[in-house]
Design a protein around this ligand. Structure first.
Ligand SMILES: Nc1nc2c(c(=O)[nH]1)N[C@H]1C(S)=C(S)[C@@H](COP(=O)(O)O)O[C@H]1N2
Ligand SMILES: [Mo]
Length: 313
């Protein structure tokens, strides 16, 4: 087993101070009750907190993520502390695949032994894209609206989209400018990592590659970190971001984006899961190093390719 500490700024809105993720586990999932003991043992072994301050470990619920994974939620209740540690146990075909400890600020964490950064395996060069099958997904008629950090207020006269980081020239676009540049139309399915998909959505906007200008990107850039008005963030490998079909979306199904679907602009990359497409996006930052966004910090995959079922790290 290997544990690392991570964080993403947006999590602060949810009163989270640190996330500890343990992978390479390979233990069998023996049952809801047995897993409580398992969690207790992992906490003791990793020395995450002093195990003597644990009052109880309770099961909260579970949900399928696609068809291969089940997410079990637990809480570690602590003696004399008003906060609990949330534990996400990700089980893949009956094997515990990932353990995610979500820790608030009043919790006496002893994580000095746990290293700070998760470095994803180098897979970017391959830029694999397989089409046709969408394993583990179920089609539904309409989008389910998500706003994990709430609905932001948009002042369209002040709003701008910036392109920054490892670029030769920093760019800044107003909404009117983007509207005047909008010339791309794409029909493609949408896939949420939790297991629902929407067929044949009409996406309109600007090809991201053209918006940035390929010759504007510095060779050091390897990842693209996007930041939204609500504090949401996500990270995309540069090859996926620059693919022919990756769009800055201004319209869905012939209509200007609704406020709840990300007005003024959202990102859509057809071969990646929906969480990689930030709604209310306002900054696009080219970086040389990997860093977790909101869902990546909670265990989701650095790339999230739908056709390779890259749901979790
Ligand atoms: N800013 C922001 N972008 C977001 C999210 C969010 O909560 N906030 N949710 C993501 C997830 S997990 C999915 S599946 C899609 C959902 O898009 P929809 O709300 O239009 O269905 O938005 C993605 N982009
Ligand atoms: Mo999602």
């Amino acid at each position: 087993m290997e544990c690392f500490k991570t964080f993403s700024e947006g999590l602060r809105k949810k009163n989270v101070e640190a996330v500890i993720t343990c992978s390479k586990i390979d233990s069998e999932f023996e049952g809801i009750r047995e897993t409580k003991d398992y969690i207790y043992n992992v906490i003791s072994e990793t020395n995450l907190i002093n195990p003597h301050i644990i009052e109880d470990i309770v099961f909260v619920g579970n949900e399928p993520i696609g068809t291969k994974y089940i997410l079990y939620r637990y809480r570690v209740i602590l003696k004399n502390i008003d906060e609990y540690i949330s534990v996400r146990v990700i089980v893949k075909t009956n094997i515990i695949y990932l353990l995610v400890f979500v820790v608030g600020k009043n919790i006496p964490l002893k994580s000095d032994a746990i290293r700070e950064h998760f470095e994803p395996a180098v897979f970017m060069e391959k830029a694999i894209r397989k089409h046709g099958s969408v394993s583990g997904q179920k089609y539904i008629p309409n989008f389910i609206i998500y706003r994990i950090l709430g609905q932001p207020i948009v002042d369209i006269d002040k709003w701008k989209l910036t392109i920054e980081g490892f670029v030769k020239r920093k760019l800044e676009y107003s909404y009117n400018k983007l509207l005047s540049m909008s010339n791309a139309k794409l029909i493609a399915d949408f896939h949420c990592v939790t297991g629902w998909s929407v067929k044949g959505v009409v996406w309109e906007g600007i090809v991201l590659k053209n918006l940035v200008g390929e010759d504007n990107i510095l060779p050091e850039a390897k990842w693209v970190y996007t930041i939204s008005l609500d504090g949401y963030s996500t990270i995309i490998p540069i090859n996926d971001f620059l693919s022919e079909k990756s769009l800055l979306v201004l319209k869905i199904n012939g209509k200007v984006l609704s406020l709840e679907q990300g007005f003024p602009a959202r990102i859509f990359i057809p071969h990646l899961y929906g969480w990689k497409g930030a709604k209310w996006v306002t900054r696009i930052v080219f970086t040389d190093k990997y860093m977790d966004g909101f869902w990546e910090a909670l265990g989701h995959h650095p790339r999230g390719n739908v056709f390779l079922e890259e749901r979790f790290k």
